[in-house]
Write a protein that binds this ligand. Sequence first.
Ligand code: CUA
Length: 173
Amino acid sequence: MEIHRYEKIWLAGALLLIVGFIATVSYGAVGAGIAMVDDEGGQIDPNAVEEHPKFGEPGTYADGPNEYDVYVVAYQFGFEPGTQEPIRVPAGSEVTFHVTSRDVVHGFEVVGTNANTMVIPGQISTITVQFEEGSEDKYGLLCNEYCGSAHHAMEGRIEVVPQSQWNESMEVN
Ligand code: CUA
């Protein structure tokens, strides 16, 4: 069977498109570090968040050399800590955010980075972020899941404190 030259080019092009689409979809699904909120972070009773040993007193907890855990409660319409007072983390550290909601679904995005998670009542979302020494010292926080009438105003701040200025009074213990 004779296949015309142009027919072959079209076939090759169409095949390339299909392979390309599959590649981008696969990359988007698994390659970019994107994952569903799952049970990894644990579960919590959304009506008794304040009874949790860490979420009851949310904030920054030391967890080994240069490793910190930050517990954050999202609510309509803010983050605790984050909105009333900034989340403080020391520079040059690895920080794992544990975020939950006490009312509806929210988002937790560190603006300008790829750190971003959905926050679901009953679930604890965890994301780990490396804050380099000498990196930006302030980051914004945003909710990017529609959560009610003041969704657009739900925001917060992270302050990266230089190691030399970090002291234990900035931690919850
Ligand atoms: Cu919280 Cu939108």
